[in-house]
Design a protein around this ligand. Sequence first.
Ligand SMILES: [Zn+2]
Length: 465
Amino acid sequence: MKADLVIRNGAVVTPGGVIQANIAVKGGRIVGMSSGELTPDADEMIDAAGLVVLPGGVDTHTHLREPGFTHKEDIQSGTRAAVAGGYTTVSGMPNVQPITTTVQRYLDLIEVYAANSLVDFNHNPAPTRLEEVQALADAGALGFKIYMITDKGTDYPHMPELGVHHQGRLFEIAEEVGKTGLPLMVHPNNQELLETLSDRAIKAGDTSYQTVAQLSASYDGIIFDSAISYLCRMQEVLGFRLHVLHLRSPRSLEVLRAAKRAKQAVTVETNPHMLFLCNDWEEIERLGPYALNLWNGPNTTDLLWECVNDGTIDVIGSDHAPHLREEKEIGWTNMFVAANGTPKIQETLPLFLNAVNEGRLSYTRLAEIFSTTPAKIFGLYPRKGVIQVGADADLVVVDPNKEQVLRNEDMLSKCGWTSWDGRRVRGVTVHTLVRGTFAYRDGKVVGKPGHGRHVKPAREKDRLL
Ligand SMILES: [Zn+2]
C-alpha cells in the first residue's frame, strides 16, 4: 500500500504514552503507525525529528461571532486562528444573531460553517425552547449551552434572551436535554446575587475594572459556587449529563469532586485564562479591560493545576471570545459596560506547551484535556481525539523547544490583540492537519475555507463517557 503522507520520526502522543513512530495517512485517516522498515512508501514524507505530534485540538467552546457580530470575528477568520493554535475541530456557542434556539437556525448556521470553516465543526444551541430540543439533537447538535448569566450594563455577549435565572425553568430545561442524552453545558452564575452586589458598587459610583474583577471572587466566590451546588444537586435527581464551564473557584471544586466521587454524570471545563490570567491579580491590574472581568481569588494557581492533573478538570475549552479594542476601551472607566470576553484560540496551545516545559503537566495529560476527553464527552471519539489507526488524521505537530513571544500583530483573529502580548513561551505550532490535509504548514495558514465538515456525535449507546 502506498500512503498519501507519512510523518516520520516524531514523538507521538498516544493514550499509552509518548512513542517514537511514523504515522501513515491515507484518505484522511491514519492507516499505520510503525517504526523503521515497516513504514509504507508515501507520496509525501515529512520529517518530524525533534518534534512532538499531538492529536488535533477539539474545542467545544468557541465564539466565532457569525452570524451577527462579524465585525469581531467570522468563521473563516476564527478557524484560521484555530489552525494556528492546533485545533482541528471546533464547536460554537449560541450567542450569535439570530441566537441558535431552533432547528432551522441551527441548520442555517451549519451551512455557513460548511462554506467557510477550515476545520471540522459543530455548534451547541441553546435549549431555551423546549419544543425544539429533541429536534436539535436529531439534527446533530454537539451539546446544549445554557447561560445562567446576563450582563449588567450591556446586552452582549450574555444576551437577555439567552439568560436562564429561574431555577424551575432551568430544571425543566435540564429534564428536556436529559432525554436527548447530550451534555448540557452551563455557565454557572447566581444572577440575583451578582445583580445585588453589582448594584451596590454602581450605587457607590465604583465601576472600575478592579471592582468588577473582584466581584466574582467576593464573599469566597459564592456567586459562582452557589450555582454549581444547585447544578450538581439537580444533576443528581434528574440524571442528565452536566458539563460545567469556567471552573475556577476552590469551593466549587470541592462540590464537583464530591459529585465525581459519587459517579454522577458531571464533567468539568476550565479555560486558559483561569490558569494564565485570571489567577494573577497583577496582570488584571496591568491589562484592565484587556484581561477578563473576573479574578479567581487568591492562591488558585497550584490548586487548578492539581485539578488539571487529578481529573477534577476534564477539558480545556478555549472560550475564544474576541471583541474589538473600541469595545474594550470603555472598560478603563466603566467595566460594567465593556464587552466581556477575550480572544484565545491561537494562544491556548502555546501557553499549555510552555506549561509542559515548566513541568506543570505531561504531554499525555495535555492530549487528554485538549483533544481526547472533549472528543469522548461529546461523542466524537475515537474518530476524533486520538492518534491511532482508523482515526481521522487530525494532527498537530509542535516544536517543544522553540521559543516565541506572543504578539498582537501575529494574531489571526479579526480583533487583532491578545491578553498575552509580550509573553515569552517555549513551544510552537509547526503544522496542523485536518483529516490528513495541511491547514497550517511551517507556521503559515494554508487551509481552505470549506474543508471543514459537520461532525455529529455518536448515538448514546456508542458513547464512551
Ligand atoms: Zn464562552
